[in-house]
Design a protein. Structure first.
Length: 233
């Protein structure tokens, strides 16, 4: 698996590289000292896992994740217990407290192996996204999203029991979505096709879609025609 080490401290990067060098199935493909460098490296190198320092000068590790359209596995590294606890609140794969213990690194890498199997490493893994609303953050597989709803320059994202409002427009998000999974039902809504439980015809030719969680979305006649084609109805 390909790993990227992100930490503003050179000694911390060197120490983690040294620990990782003992694993035959791990190749450190690069390192970065800040969020901007890391963003460039992640997009260029497409690592399977990123060891990410939470607190760095300039933008933090969390702010870096907001700029990524698709996330690799993320393991936070930090010297502070409170950030480690928050890492689990964010749904990071794992966290490592500095100085990093070899047994904790073993456990973290086992989690990565389960998430990114040998045949899937670098290929075909589920696309993951980072969502943030105020102090609350989530890392989720994009297929978990049931509905995206426009609210001006913001978008409300529906998944599980959560409905965070994030500062990205629906149009910007649509450009990153797989059209075989997500469908634009109107100017205000994009639905996950796999979450449509039923479609109810309307007198004017439109449809009302019922999604998982009893969410109901109106679909115009024009979009209803396209939806029927997509779903072969």
């Amino acid at each position: 698996m390909k790993a990227l080490v992100v930490d503003d401290e050179r000694l911390a990067r060197s120490g983690l590289r040294r620990l990782l060098s003992s694993y035959d199935d791990v190749m450190v493909v690069g390192e970065a000292a800040n969020a901007d460098e890391a963003l460039t490296q992640i997009r260029r190198l497409q690592p399977d896992v990123v060891f990410l320092d939470v607190e760095m000068p300039g933008r933090s590790g969390l702010e870096l994740l907001e700029d990524l359209e698709d996330l690799p596995a993320v393991i936070f590294t930090t010297a502070y217990q409170e950030y480690a606890v928050r890492a689990f609140e964010v749904n990071a794969l794992d966290y490592l407290l500095k100085p990093i213990a070899a047994e904790r690194l073993d456990a973290a890498l086992d989690k990565v192996r389960k998430l990114v199997g040998p045949k899937d490493a670098g290929h075909g893994r589920k696309q993951r996204v980072f969502l943030r609303e105020g102090e609350r953050c989530w890392i989720i597989a994009i297929e978990e999203i049931r509905l995206l709803e426009s609210e001006g320059n913001y978008t409300r994202v529906y998944f599980a029991d959560n409905r965070p409002l994030i500062y990205k427009s629906l149009n910007a998000l649509e450009a990153t979505l797989d059209p075989t999974i997500f469908f634009r039902t109107s100017r205000s809504h994009i639905v996950n096709l796999r979450d449509i439980q039923s479609l109810e015809p309307q007198a004017e030719g439109g449809l009302v879609a019922t999604l998982t969680g009893e969410l109901k979305i109106g679909i115009s006649r024009r979009q209803a025609r396209k939806l029927r084609e997509v779903m072969s109805l």
